[in-house]
Design a protein around this ligand. Structure first.
Ligand code: OOG
Ligand code: NI
Length: 466
């Protein structure tokens, strides 16, 4: 199927993420400042920690540090989500995970479009957290119908993007020139438009119900609302943000600072208040809208269901204590205290089955290939020093953290929760496909790494025999 004259989906994704990054930096100049800060902190961290540098190099992660980004969008209709899945598929991005954010007072459900194989992640890990507005959670029937009617009128994809999606589906890929036009057409969907599609009175009514509803319904398209570089030391970036004139969110979401980072820690700068133009007679009224921000992330070990259950339990212990959520000056201390219960060295994390590790041949394993080695169990190969286990990086998102990011950027104080109910089947129906199970994706990555080690050993045995 893969034709020589097609560029790979990984390459299209790389061009897309670079174009998005340039576009966002020009739209939100503070994002550029954040990128510079992150690059400085990453360079300093690597210089101070040669072992970290060597490990990242060993697992092909070093090159991708500065590439690492995610973005987020919010869609309005099932049809938009369906086409968005096809658009991301052209770039090798599959829907992984289902996130129900209604329980945290945000009327959306979401997935992450991302590459799934280690090689693709190593080439470019760009992913997009994609939410679909749940109009069914708006109680007022009149307003619900009005919002649906406004959304039904908009077209968020250019005709060129739609036609190139079809070309890719029909031919099984895109040529170099087609890929360039595809990227140029695709970014149009994510661009900011300062002209609202409604008058100020409609905007205010929707905003009063939930600011997120206004953000999704009142604009021509799903403007990218943030991009996120990866940092190797989120505490350092958080501490340095004010000095560079960036208004940081109060707390870092996710687990506390640890020796062995797990899952995902995130912080952001507050959304900007941007000028917009409402529709109306005589050119319409001017107003402002806050939606777009910048975020940073630090990623660590992917956890197994057992590890994740422990994480969720500890996190809710901290957040439920005294009903304070993540407020309060002592949040970081409370978090660190409670997380004492989470093992913080790779041996214990592995032994207790809390995290996912993949296997890589050591120099010794690469140099010697005693006969029959490929038949040994992975445990025996490791004991003999032929393979080494490396933590698998968590590539997904955390619903409690995501809700915290949403909340801190909606400007409002909304903390209610909907009598919420996950609605995964409705989401998948809109998407037109099931979402992959994130744990299965990590299980597969472990299995592929074992296959890879075995194939390398077996290949060498054959060439030795020849
Ligand atoms: C998405 C918020 C979630 C993350 O990193 O957890 C997110 C949004 O605000 O649309 O991006
Ligand atoms: Ni984000």
């Amino acid at each position: 199927m893969s034709d020589a004259h097609f560029v790979t989906p990984d390459e299209i994704r790389t061009r897309f993420s670079q174009t998005m990054s340039r576009m966002y930096r020009s739209e939100v100049p503070q994002y550029g400042t954040l990128m510079e800060l992150v690059a400085d902190v990453n360079a300093a961290t690597l210089a101070a920690d040669p072992r970290l540098r060597a490990n990242l190099e060993r697992t092909d992660d070093l090159e991708r540090i500065d590439l690492e980004r995610h973005g987020a969008i919010r869609l309005g209709t099932a049809g938009e989500l369906f086409t968005m899945r096809r658009l991301f598929a052209v770039m090798g991005m599959q829907p992984v995970g289902y996130y129900d954010l209604s329980v945290a007072g945000v009327p959306v459900h979401s997935t992450a479009f991302r590459p799934v194989h280690a090689e693709s992640l190593a080439r470019n890990p760009f992913r997009v957290f994609t939410s679909l507005l749940r109009l069914d959670l708006i109680a007022d029937e009149g307003l619900r119908a009005e919002a649906a009617a406004i959304l039904a009128r908009r077209r968020i994809f250019t005709p060129g993007a739609l036609s190139l999606i079809e070309t890719a589906e029909r031919n099984g890929g895109l040529t170099d020139a087609e890929a360039d036009s595809f990227v140029a057409e695709a970014v149009e969907t994510f661009r900011w438009h300062r002209e609202a599609t409604v008058d100020s009175e409609t905007y205010k009514r929707l905003s009063a119900v939930h600011r997120l509803i206004a953000d999704v319904v009142c604009f021509k398209g799903p403007h990218i609302n943030h991009l996120t570089p990866r940092t190797l030391d989120i505490d350092a970036v958080q501490a340095e943000m004010p000095a560079r004139g960036i208004a940081a969110k109060d707390v870092i979401e996710g687990p506390p600072t640890r020796r062995c980072p797990i899952l995902l820690r995130q912080t952001s700068f507050k959304a900007l208040e941007e000028p917009i133009l409402f529709r109306g007679e005589g050119g319409g009224e001017a107003g402002t809208h806050t939606a777009r921000f910048g975020e940073i992330e630090q990623r660590g070990l992917a956890l197994t269901p057992k590890g994740r259950a422990l994480y969720d339990e500890l996190l809710s212990q901290v957040r439920d204590a005294g009903g304070q959520g993540n407020a309060g000056a002592d949040y970081a201390t409370r978090l660190a205290d409670v997380f004492q219960a989470f093992p913080d060295d790779h041996d214990t994390l592995r032994r207790e089955g809390l995290g996912y590790f993949r296997f890589v041949l050591t120099a010794k394993g690469r140099a010697v290939a005693p006969a029959g080695l490929d038949a040994l169990s992975i445990e025996a190969l490791e004991a003999a020093g032929h393979v080494e286990a490396y933590p698998i990086v968590y590539e997904d998102f955390l619903p409690v953290s995501a809700a915290g990011i949403f909340q801190s950027n909606l400007g409002g104080e909304e903390q209610r929760s909907y009598a919420g109910n996950a609605s995964r089947s409705a989401f998948e129906e809109a998407l037109g496909s099931p979402v992959a199970d994130e744990f299965q994706v990590y299980e597969d990555a472990v299995a592929r790494s074992i296959e890879g080690v075995r194939a390398a050993l077996a290949g060498r045995l054959r060439s030795d025999a020849a």
